[in-house]
Design a protein around this ligand. Structure first.
Ligand code: UGY
Ligand code: MN
Length: 244
């Protein structure tokens, strides 16, 4: 049955819900053996770029002059830098500061969440070094006093980072305790489960595989539905004065 033009995807002034049925794939400059689905970019008003890279074995990302954060969604990839060589498997991640020479090569069919952002230097603060980690090795912290809503911070909350990436895991029925309205923007990839996301003045059913961009000040709230936890990977700009 044809979908007759229906989709949950929607693009509004202050948010984008990007669902897999609408993903369009194209290679990025320098990428070999793979394609990218660009979810967020300056073209929608975002101050960062987020894409899913789908690589075949031996596929590689192109180089970048900006900071890059990579999270392995599926498969595995070898990360070679000037001083290290490491295999990243599912839920492994790497932060690469601007200018850090590196090559990331898939060892099998692999999907990566990639975030790139121009670094905003801060007087007297040296940029961060390369960081490699595994999401499942990070100790969770309850958000507020809700034991059913766990946050894992994948990057240190330190002034040499101008963004953070966290995972948030909601037990069924758990929800944000407030509608948030804040200056930071978000890139969000649903990893598991689903629920209802309030964005602006609309409430959307969302599920694993969906991407959401939230502009600065986009009213936002999430409640998890179903019988399994809902989990998402979420980017926000951080640690910088709004005047730059
Ligand atoms: O970090 C955050 O702002 C997070 N609580 N936002 C969200 O989940 N939409
Ligand atoms: Mn938020």
């Amino acid at each position: 049955m044809h979908n007759l033009g229906h989709t949950r995807s929607t693009h509004q002034r202050d948010h984008l819900l990007h669902t897999p049925d609408t993903f369009v794939r194209a290679p990025l400059p320098g990428m070999r053996g793979g394609v990218a689905i660009i979810h967020a970019a300056p073209a929608i008003g975002a101050a960062f770029t987020q894409y899913t890279a789908e690589l075949e074995a031996e596929g590689t990302l192109g180089s970048t002059t900006t900071q890059r954060f990579v999270y392995v969604l599926e498969g595995s990839a070898d990360l070679a830098t000037a001083t290290s060589f490491q295999r990243l498997s599912a839920d492994g991640y790497a932060y690469l500061p601007a200018g850090a020479e590196h090559a990331l090569t898939a060892t099998q069919t692999t999907r990566l969440a990639v975030i790139e952002k121009h670094y905003q230097p801060q007087d007297g603060i040296a940029p961060a070094a390369i960081l490699i980690g595994k999401e499942s090795a990070i100790a969770p912290v309850a958000l507020g006093d809700d034991p059913d809503l766990e946050v894992r911070s994948l990057l240190p909350d330190a002034p040499n980072f101008d963004f953070v990436v966290n995972t948030m895991t909601y037990q069924p029925g758990a929800a944000l305790s407030m509608v948030e309205v804040h200056v930071m923007e978000h890139g969000l990839l649903m990893l598991e489960g689903g629920g209802i996301y309030r964005l602006g003045d609309a409430w959307y059913p969302v599920t694993a595989g969906d991407f959401i961009w939230m502009a600065p000040y986009c009213p936002q709230w999430f409640g998890a539905l179903g019988k399994q936890p809902a989990k998402y990977l979420i980017y926000k700009n951080w640690n910088r004065h709004p005047l730059g």
